[in-house]
Design a protein around this ligand. Sequence first.
Ligand SMILES: CC(C)(COP(=O)(O)OP(=O)(O)OC[C@H]1O[C@@H](n2cnc3c(N)ncnc32)[C@H](O)[C@@H]1OP(=O)(O)O)[C@@H](O)C(=O)NCCC(=O)NCCS
Length: 228
Amino acid sequence: MSVTALPDPGPVVIHTERLVLRDFVAEDLDDVAHLVGDDQVTVWLSFDSRTHEEAKAMLDGILERQHATPRTEYYLAITPAEGAESVAGFIRLGLGGHQAADLGYALRPQWQGKGYAREATMAIIEFGFDKLGLHRITANIGPANEASQRLVKSLWFTYEGTIRDHVHTNGEWRDSRSYSLLAPEWANAPRCGYCGRRIPAPAAPSRTPKFCSTAHRQAAYRTTRSAN
Ligand SMILES: CC(C)(COP(=O)(O)OP(=O)(O)OC[C@H]1O[C@@H](n2cnc3c(N)ncnc32)[C@H](O)[C@@H]1OP(=O)(O)O)[C@@H](O)C(=O)NCCC(=O)NCCS
């Protein structure tokens, strides 16, 4: 694997509205073991569920790679902004090739379905393009993983094709559907007329809305009304 040396932003802490994405620390072991030992989560990943000991080996590797020069991996803990000690999941950019990275993520089941994955993914995409100078981010997803495909499509990724027998997991070969997002596409993605954040891509072809949520459309309407 060849990796272009990219700007090193130092220790990483990214704040979003409801989350903090940060470098893992050794104290995260029990949370990591719960996450990667949960069949409900790993059934969608490229590796099988791990024992506590295997989770420790995995975390040790993550901690060691944090100090690699040049750094080739940003494997971050997703933590709630309130009570930031507990780990809700992970999000990862693995650098490879020329200004390129692979994206990966997982949330513990109790954190799913609340928009946290989307919030974390938007933040790491911005970090990747703005701070690391990436040009391309790829996400390879199991064909049956609808939640993950919905997520990347909502963030303006484009489907590129299927990688056959891409990973061996849960005792069998599995294809991946490959999606990518380029820096200019992200820069040009439409922004909410109220908060300025990227608007999710519509699930079906339609006119892109001007606001990221109904609440923000109503807030913008109220602001315009009170100004007139
Ligand atoms: C893939 C995965 C991270 C997606 O997580 P998720 O929580 O479903 O994703 P999102 O953050 O986009 O949230 C989705 C739902 O939260 C809700 N939501 C969105 N924003 C919200 C907000 N601000 N407040 C409350 N709920 C919200 C929506 O109902 C949304 O559902 P929709 O996509 O049908 O509209 C999760 O399924 C997972 O960890 N799976 C196991 C591991 C895995 O598959 N990893 C990826 C391998 S490729």
